[in-house]
Design a binder for this molecule. Structure first.
Ligand SMILES: C[S@@+](CC[C@H](N)C(=O)[O-])C[C@H]1O[C@@H](n2cnc3c(N)ncnc32)[C@H](O)[C@@H]1O
Length: 322
């Protein structure tokens, strides 16, 4: 299953290839039942570089179709896993009902605001998608890496918290512009996928996309050293994208993440101050009192204070000796 992709209907394919509770995270963007062949109008762009054969679902069948693939999604997801489903608003109700029927519970209803809406004169411009972030109903705790992008102390120029902003449920993320590149009708931006993958999985985890399209989820997963699997029914897109997967270097985006502004070790080379040491010790005591292991505590401290794991361990050891 790891990095194996199937040119197949996802419902049948999941039954054949994916064991129960085998997947850590599902990220998927099903067809919206709005006639894929007119998607270019929706996205306001030229069609010269877009694959033919985008497979749509009839609106009358959409609820039943959603019900069936979500049944499989629930079966293959681990109890600690979560799922992000991207949906337009036209048939959102079908997805919400199918989620409920298949015992998924919403954690957040995220609005993704994008920048490629079509201008209109007689109504408002549609410029958002819904992202339904959910877990299996009844499960207690799913994987969520709170400090994967920003530490608790990182600030924006206006002194607001970067972490808080990143955790809000309205995401403003622009579409990737890939001039002249062959693509499917609909492609999720890398920035959006990075965010979902970093918050909800760890390196080495298995991510499943039931509707691979351009293989965007699979490409970003590999770039962040995760594994992936999934299905795409359109043979032309599948044949083209499966070859593109070989060009992605495993883990290459991790370097970028650890060296940009969101670098969790942003304070690594700065001198320790007395005040900071005291704060670390206080925070260590407070985290430990909630019952977490030393390892997990050092990881959290490292993210919050923007310093390395061993640096945290040393400061605590030093404090214990003194
Ligand atoms: C909205 S697109 C996915 C786009 C993808 N997230 C990306 O970023 O490129 C939906 C894809 O699902 C495919 N599809 C439609 N019905 C399917 C099915 N029953 N099983 C698998 N794939 C299907 C379509 O051909 C289309 O490529």
């Amino acid at each position: 299953m790891r990095d194996i992709y199937y040119n197949q209907d996802c419902i049948r394919g999941a039954r054949e290839h994916l064991p129960d509770k085998s997947v850590d995270l599902i990220i998927t963007d099903p067809p919206f039942a709005i006639n894929g062949n007119s998607l270019h109008k929706h996205y306001h762009r030229r069609e010269d570089n877009v694959f033919e054969g985008y497979v749509e679902i009839n609106q009358e069948e959409y609820r039943d179709f959603s019900d069936k693939w979500l049944y499989e999604a629930h079966r293959v997801l681990k109890d600690t896993g979560s799922m992000y489903v991207v949906s337009g608003w036209s048939n959102l109700l079908d997805i919400l009902l199918a989620l409920e029927k298949n015992k998924f519970e919403l954690i957040n209803h995220i609005i993704w605001k994008y920048n490629f809406g079509v201008s209109t004169r007689h109504k408002f411009v549609t410029s958002h998608y819904h992202i339904l972030y959910c877990k299996k109903a009844g499960t207690k705790k799913v994987k969520f890496n709170t400090f994967c992008r920003y530490g608790a102390t990182e600030r924006n120029d206006d002194n607001s918290s970067r972490l808080y902003k990143d955790l809000e449920d309205v995401w403003v993320i622009n579409r990737d512009f890939k001039k002249g590149r062959l693509k499917n009708k609909n492609t999720l931006p890398a920035e959006l996928l990075k965010k979902m993958i970093l918050y909800s999985s760890d390196e080495g985890d298995l991510i499943c996309d039931f509707f691979l399209g351009n293989f965007s989820t699979a490409k970003i997963a590999k770039s962040l050293n995760r594994y992936s699997t999934g299905f795409e029914i359109n043979k032309d897109v599948y044949d083209y994208q499966i070859k593109q997967m070989h060009n992605i270097k495993r883990g290459y985006l991790l370097k970028e993440i650890y060296s940009n502004e969101g670098n969790p070790h942003i304070n690594q080379r700065k001198r320790w101050t007395e005040e900071e040491s005291i704060k670390v010790i206080e925070r260590y005591n407070s985290i430990k009192s909630s019952g977490l292991t030393d390892k997990k505590t050092y990881q959290i401290l490292s993210m919050e204070f923007g310093r390395g794991y061993f640096s945290m361990m040393n400061i605590i050891k030093k404090h214990r000796k003194s």
